[in-house]
Design a binder for this molecule. Structure first.
Ligand SMILES: Nc1ncnc2c1ncn2[C@@H]1O[C@H](COP(=O)(O)OP(=O)(O)OP(=O)(O)O)[C@@H](O)[C@H]1O
Length: 320
């Protein structure tokens, strides 16, 4: 677990980060989201001590980071940034193996880890290990950057706008990949983004920053359904709240027995997918399958009722 305790950074009398406290459970993703200048990057960099806090403490599995030499701390904390910062004159394998090599892992173990990560990221090891970064697409470079940050199985991975440079379609794929790989490896990730959509999609929890302060720290459903302030509500985008809520509810929540015409949706899909499928094809219900076998259906009526139920919170006054 990572504990951030009243951490503050003051630059020339200005509080860039103002007494922020939160915790990140092991094996989860926390997303810090906020507008430009709200202190996100400063907060992230205080965790690996690229920026020294003015006051406050960070604990990594109970151990205060202030007590660890920064270079040793950074071996326990992976760091992936926009533009990925790959070494241009090193092969993909050498880039990914950089930290394990520093840690003195045996060569065979490094090679095994490199291939395992390339596989996880859908890059055939025999085809990619010996390439140089210049011979990779932007999306592939980004994946190698993340693979490198994960290579030594760090206690925590910090990611600063990791998908900022990617076009929207590749970006969505990269987000899905990260989520899948994070679950598979059980990694703990703290990710900075200015994009609320990305934070909601990726985060087990979302930390919203404004003017150096942490203004809300909650699960994505909570952020969307119950924003703590007008600022958070605006970041979420009031108009889309019912739809966003639907996208957070799995089909299994509204599954009922029965049949429906047309192509089935997998039960892992969400109500927003089902609503689109109904509206697109003029159906009153969609069949739902699990591992390809039919398990029931979700009706348009039930989706409408769910949207209305959650929509009720939309009518409630949003706190100033
Ligand atoms: N080295 C520094 N010296 C002085 N002020 C700084 C320094 N680094 C950051 N700041 C200030 O601290 C505040 C927070 O900056 P920070 O980079 O953490 O914001 P951010 O939320 O990451 O913004 P962006 O999304 O634009 O990267 C800003 O007002 C910035 O000008």
């Amino acid at each position: 677990m990572i504990e951030i305790d009243e951490i503050t950074k003051i630059y020339q009398g200005q509080r860039a980060v103002d007494a922020v406290s939160t915790t990140i459970e092991t094996g989860t993703i926390a997303c810090i989201v906020g507008t430009s200048g709200s202190g996100k990057t400063t907060l992230l960099r205080m965790i690996n001590r690229l920026v020294e806090p003015t006051s406050g403490e960070v604990r990594l599995n109970g151990e205060a980071t202030s007590a660890m030499p920064p270079h040793l701390l950074r071996r326990r904390i992976g760091y992936a940034i926009q533009g990925h910062g790959l070494f241009p004159h090193h092969t993909v394998a050498r880039n990914i193996g950089a930290v394990p090599r520093l840690l003195g892992w045996p060569k065979a173990k490094i090679a095994e880890r490199v291939d395992e990560l390339l596989d996880l990221f859908g890059m055939e090891p025999s085809q990619f290990r010996a390439r140089y970064p210049a011979a990779l697409s932007g999306g592939q470079q980004q994946r190698v950057g993340v693979a490198r940050a994960l290579a030594s199985r760090p206690d925590l991975l910090l990611m600063d706008e990791p998908f900022g440079a990617l076009d929207p379609i590749i970006r969505a794929r990269a987000q899905e990949d990260l989520r899948r790989i994070q679950r598979q490896l059980g990694s703990t990730i703290l990710l900075v983004t200015h994009d609320m959509e990305e934070a909601i999609r990726l985060g087990d929890k979302v930390c919203v920053m404004d003017g150096g302060k942490l203004v809300q720290d909650a699960a994505p459903t909570r952020i969307v359904a119950d924003p703590a302030s007008r600022f958070v509500a605006e970041m979420v985008g009031d108009a889309e709240r019912p739809l966003r809520l639907l996208s957070l509810i799995p089909l299994s929540d509204l599954l009922e027995p029965g049949e429906a015409p047309g192509d089935p949706l997998d039960e892992g899909a969400n109500l927003r997918d089902a609503l689109s499928a109904c509206l697109w094809t003029g159906r009153e219900a969609v069949p739902v399958s699990r591992d390809g076998a039919p398990v029931g259906r979700v009706t348009l009526e039930a989706i409408r009722a769910a949207a209305l139920r959650h929509g009720a919170t939309d009518d409630a006054p949003v706190p100033a």
